[in-house]
Write a protein that binds this ligand. Sequence first.
Ligand code: UDP
Length: 463
Amino acid sequence: MSETQNSGNISSVAETASPSAEHNGVGGSSTVSVGPEPATAVPKRERRKQPRISDTPPMAPPPPRLDDYEPIIGKPELDELRFLATVLKGKSVKMVNSTAVGGGVAEMLNRLVPLMAELDVTTHWDVITGGNDFFEITKAFHNALHGGSYELSRQAQEAFLATNEQNRQRMAFEEDVIVIHDPQPAALVSSKKDHPGKWVWRCHIDLSNPNPGVWGFLRPMIDQYDAAIFSSPKFARQLAIPQYLFYPCIDPLSEKNKELDESYIQKVCDDFGVDRSRPIVTQISRFDRLKDPVGVVQAYKMARNYVDCQLVLAGGGASDDPEGAVVLKEVQEAAGDDPDIILLELPPWSALEINALQRASTLIVQKSLKEGFGLTVTEALWKSKPTIAGAVGGIPTQVIHKLTGVLVHSVEGCAYQIRYLLTHPEFAKQLGKNGHEHVKENLLMTTNVRRWVLLFRILLGLA
Ligand code: UDP
């Protein structure tokens, strides 16, 4: 859903707050520090190094093969998957979404597409294009569908439909199944009348309380599909078409989630000025108000009155999220000149760095106010991290309170849990362990491939 266009700026708050701070991100004075001194008293100025993150995307590693998952899920599971897909041999699928990089949907498609191909289901992936005005409108739709107030104008409707129409005209829809992801390309379904394939709308967002204007505009489009997929029963709407439940997933072999060498984790922390001798609390998220980064800063500051820790907030801007820069500024203001708050604005090809930051973290926070499924939570649990997350969207499916993590409803609650988990490491460790098992059972890419295979069989009458 998001795509960053920046070139990997690292924004240490200390740097922005202190005119004398050096350009290499060396922090200013630590006068705001309220916690105890670090165990190893390395002067802060020496800890802020020049991050060596590339400003162009690195070569993508080859995608994993199905066999590569055997050590993780076992041979019987893999054999079953291959068997289920046999009847789909020669069938074709097209997936359409609104961004090629960044955000949960693109991450998932990047893996799903080659795995389906390996099962002999030819799978194409198309991305719609649009101008800033279109993505501003779809961002507003996104927020409104999450329940925000929004006055839907005729102009916005026309601009939405016009961009969909331009994309529709340049795309072909010859496949047996067309899967449209999220609202941005939803109107492409007007091509259905000319193509005999089955059309599926895969909704990744929480539609439990949508703005009536925007939903009223989209609903007639959605009813033209042959099926809709939601990420949680809570997200679904009353529709005239069959609905399916697909939990999202992560790929345990992706750059974002694979095991990393300890030396690499250390290098990333050194580069970003993160001190591993002290507790690290991290939220990885786009700078979006619904992710409540300012609330995370406030919670950290409250907890910091009682326990020592650093806060890492890492995320990117987004090509379909013009608010990103504004929100980042708000976070910088909330952070003030605290040198233990490390704000990282990362380019979209930072999967390895994000993986390393997550693995280096003592706790992971995802204090969203509204959420789709919250793949960052899945990623954190997979890495066995004690996780504190807002009880919204798909998060409670993943974080079972006090079993696989802890759920929070406020800044104060988040602050309390940061303090509690940092001072109860055995409990925190158990949460992390349980979280890992939960993801392994329910939320891995291979489970997702299996769900698609079963759905295609149903839609194509091959079940
Ligand atoms: N992510 C990323 N770079 C960022 C911020 C997030 O690659 O700067 C990744 C994050 O690790 C996760 C996904 O983007 O895999 C975000 O998915 P999620 O469902 O948590 O939120 P969304 O951004 O889709 O609302």
